[in-house]
Ligand binder design. Sequence first.
Ligand code: PGA
Length: 253
Amino acid sequence: MQRSQDKPIVAGNWKMNKNARESIEFFQGFLREITEETEQSQFILFPQNINLLAAKQVLGSTKVGWGAQNCYPKESGAFTGETSPQALSEVGAQYCLIGHSERRTIFQESDEFIADKLVTLQSWGVTPVLCIGETKEQRDQGKTEEVLKNQLEIGLSKNRIECPLMIAYEPVWAIGTGDVATPEQAGLAHKFIRSELATKYTEDYANQTVIMYGGSVKPDSSKALFAQEHVDGFLVGGASLEVSSFIAIYKNS
Ligand code: PGA
């Protein structure tokens, strides 16, 4: 990304945490800390789907972004328990995570299925945040780039370049483990992703696409990671659950 600001985009993936009351308390406490509009526009929050209306109520008139952690790639229909991109768009969600490693492993989601989600979200004006990353075993076997290339190849096979897209590089071995990637590891992976985007599309497209790092990001690791040229921001799990640590990731970078 051609950085217009010298601060990262910081996104909070709350996973299956926080009920409505806790979500609202967070949103309100967070807004009290982040008052400037320019600062607000650097943040995105991903609560549970049932709390998206609460996000709309508290964050709807602010520059804080918010979105869903998942969707089903159809407009509507007999898909009990699923959420459509159309409904997300209607409620005002600007973003939706897709391809998170927990969905790939626990729910056996394939790259092809993720590609369908991506294009359906784009057609409803919701920005997909495509999560990719290698396992420990794949890294140890020297297959990191091969894995990322493949996830990008299939995941982006239906991508509409006129629509916004964000990428999150999240090495599986770093998620929820406290084992954050070194700045060098993150920097190399992000550079590779950027160059894949440039090859697949154009240099401009690659430069405009936000690539966030995720996996055990904490306030004490964000600065060195953000110093890497191709790290544009962070997708934060555990440390996004407290207002203080979530904001500190931004402030310390
Ligand atoms: P973590 O989660 O920060 O708790 O490692 C990151 C994620 O799963 O997006």
